[in-house]
Design a protein around this ligand. Structure first.
Ligand code: PEP
Ligand code: MN
Length: 341
């Protein structure tokens, strides 16, 4: 259940409620909004009578949450979007996160050139994979620690926060040294052990929707991170498997308004992996912004035709600025602004 405290409830009253929630064997998650504090009592099914919090000092009202995800649910933060800061850039609410960069880190020149261009075009954050989830084990698997080192150098140079994927828990400490945001790829969306550990790390997360996962399954996956006390989760629609073979995946843009109704978490769209073709990336980027997404994560490369992976879909850095100009216009129409430091 969710306990909504009165405006102006004191710290002492909040602490008392937390204590009572924990006394009956539930965990308490305190979320402080601008005006209201909400306490999520997780594991509280059938404990309503025992807790009897309705009318307790400082409590405004109590709402049961029937959904299989709780902290992610819209009810948990009524009428309020989650807004958090990553390296001085705001994510969520009226802020639009423009995350851009190459699919993978290939070498120093490629990474730094791409990073410089992305920064010059006014991106919010820089992406680049050092650990790559490849369908074939014989495909390039990423530069690993050397890739992380080049990402660190790119951040130093551009000031842009880094978004990079963690594939395997054994690399968590290395990735934590560099990542401002840990990306969980589509293939790992249901790796619950990985999600819980990332939750404990408290590092912001970009959680991609699984290839065949429903919107509800994505929300339940996010709950594994939130439950560990990590509130900084972005959800990402990246295309799902359908019967359609005219493109790589079907970008499910309806997931954007659907998710915005069900959750307070920021919703990001990856317009690159579903088309698999660079000329379709711009229309999907603009459509994502128009649909109300809180950002996009887009693949941009200094020399895409020479890229080791996803060559066909990466937008050349030379065309990125023009794309950003169009995007900026659509972002403005829906009442948001591209988030910059
Ligand atoms: C990626 O962003 O580079 C990636 C591998 O994405 P996904 O997990 O969505 O396939
Ligand atoms: Mn890719």
């Amino acid at each position: 259940m969710m306990i909504v405290m009165k405006e102006g409830a004191t710290e002492e009253q909040i602490a008392k409620i937390v204590e009572r929630v924990e006394q009956v064997g539930c965990s308490a998650h305190v979320s402080k909004g601008e005006l209201l504090t909400v306490i999520g009592a997780i594991g509280s099914r059938d404990k309503d009578q025992e807790l009897a919090l309705e009318g307790a000092p400082g409590v405004d009202h109590v709402v049961p949450i029937a959904k299989p995800y709780k902290l992610a649910s819209r009810q948990f933060k009524k009428d309020e979007d989650s807004v958090f800061e990553i390296g001085g850039r705001k994510v969520g609410g009226t802020n639009f996160a423009l995350i851009a960069g190459p699919c993978t880190v290939e070498n120093r020149d490629q990474m730094l050139d791409s990073a410089d261009a992305v920064a010059a075009a006014g991106a919010t954050m820089l992406r680049g994979g050092a650990y790559k989830p490849r369908t074939s084990p014989y495909s390039f698997q990423g530069l690993g620690r050397e890739g992380l080192r080049l990402l660190a150098e790119s951040r130093e140079r551009t000031g842009l926060p880094i978004v990079t994927e963690l594939l395997d828990l054994r690399d968590l400490d290395d990735v934590l040294e560099v990542a401002d945001v840990i990306q969980v790829g589509a293939r790992n969306m249901q790796n619950y052990a990985l999600l819980a550990e990332i939750g404990k790390s408290k590092r912001p997360v970009l959680l991609k929707r699984g290839l065949s996962a429903t919107v509800e399954e994505l929300l339940m996956a996010s709950e594994y991170v939130l439950k560990e006390g990590n509130e900084n989760v972005m959800l990402c629609e990246r295309g799902i498997r359908t019967y359609e073979t005219a493109y790589r995946f079907t970008l499910d843009l309806l997931a954007v308004p659907a998710l915005k109704e069900l959750t307070h978490l920021p919703v990001i769209v990856d317009p690159s992996h579903a088309p698999g073709r660079r000329d379709w990336v711009e229309p999907m980027s603009l459509a994502a912004a128009a649909a109300g997404a809180d950002g996009i994560i887009i693949e941009v490369h200094n020399e895409p035709d020479k890229a080791i992976c996803d060559a066909a879909q990466q937008v050349p850095t030379s065309e990125f600025e023009a794309l950003v100009a169009k995007l900026e216009a659509i972002v403005g129409v829906v009442g948001k602004t591209i988030s910059r430091a």
